[in-house]
Ligand binder design. Structure first.
Ligand code: FAD
Length: 278
């Protein structure tokens, strides 16, 4: 619901609710940020993912990723133990890279998840207990996060990490930043964009530079050929524990990225697409 360009509440199936402040936390559906024009989808990429919760022994005691276009064209496959005799295994891919790397293959994402579950002797392919699926709309995350009467958090405004697709931790961080600002705005009786935009500035200052770099790198990583994937994984494997720990915190500098990058002369043609994200 809006009045003179200001968000004043929401309609729902049973009626409507008025509010001095509305929070859009509807994830990739972006139920409010999209019609309000806060999020520019034109420059974003769509990631789709599907994961099975499988019963069976699992030899690996950590999270394992596989970069291989045979298992996950234009993305990656993952698996990790999820309790006693249960594990999760899934596949995700980035729209643009998937189109280039899957070629004309007419296989569904389920075909790839099944192949991943059944194709490795380190885990047993038992009954599937549950299936999780979803999508994400990924850009460099430097988006408008507030307007008069509304703040947006999580994937409603693409807070997901654009390199690895981890979305829960950044979504909660974005919510924390927005909550601090929202509480002060409500106390002051002023929920205009001018006041609420502090949460947007906080996100853009703290996360923006990293997420921009990661978005640019993701465009390259998921389009690597098989030889580049191997070289990249070997370089990741030889990182010092301190750098690996920084990587886990997403504290990755341009220098780190250049050091990890398995360069090929043909990559020069990708420069304009990369620069677009910076
Ligand atoms: C298969 C898969 C595996 C993933 N694995 C991981 C992982 O291991 N770790 C990780 O960090 N991230 C993972 N992610 C990403 C992560 O799920 C998302 O980034 C994260 O859930 C985003 O949180 P959110 O609260 O912004 O949105 P969501 O979790 O999408 O929540 C949005 C909520 O809004 C509700 N909603 C939508 N429309 C409306 C409406 N019109 N009215 C009312 N409610 C509505 C939805 O039902 C939903 O409950 C995975 C994603 C997928 C698809």
């Amino acid at each position: 619901m809006t009045e003179d360009g200001r968000v004043t509440g929401v309609h729902h199936r049973g009626g409507e609710v008025s509010a001095s402040l509305v929070v859009d936390a509807t994830g990739p559906r972006r139920v409010l940020t999209d019609p309000l024009g806060l999020f520019e989808e034109r420059r974003a990429d769509r990631v789709v993912g599907k994961e099975y919760v499988v019963e069976g022994d699992h030899e690996v005691d950590s999270m394992l990723f596989r970069l291989d276009h045979d298992d996950a064209p234009g993305g990656y496959a993952w698996t990790f133990p999820a309790g006693d005799g249960v594990y999760k295994a899934g596949v995700c891919w980035f729209g643009d890279a998937h189109e280039r790397r899957a070629g004309d293959e007419d296989r569904t994402i389920d075909d790839y998840v099944r192949q991943w579950v059944e194709g490795d002797p380190r885990w047993e392919s038992g009954p599937v207990r549950a299936v999780h699926a979803g999508d994400a709309v990924v850009n460099n995350s430097v988006n408008e996060r507030a307007t008069d009467g509304l703040v947006a958090v999580g994937d409603a405004v693409s807070s997901i990490n654009p390199l690895l697709g981890e979305g829960i931790r950044p979504g909660m961080e974005s919510a924390e930043m927005a909550a601090d600002v929202a509480i002060e705005a409500l106390d002051a009786g002023d929920t205009t964009r001018e006041r609420l935009a502090a949460s947007e500035r906080r996100w853009n200052d703290r996360k923006g530079p990293y997420w921009k770099l990661h978005r640019a790198f993701a465009g390259l990583l998921y389009d690597f050929d098989a030889d580049q994937q191997d070289r990249f994984v070997r370089r990741m494997g030889s990182l010092s524990p301190a750098t690996a720990e920084r990587f886990q915190r997403y504290d990755l500098t341009l220098r780190d990225v250049v050091g990890l990058y398995p360069f090929k002369p043909g990559d020069l043609r990708k420069v304009p697409a990369v620069v677009r994200h910076l």
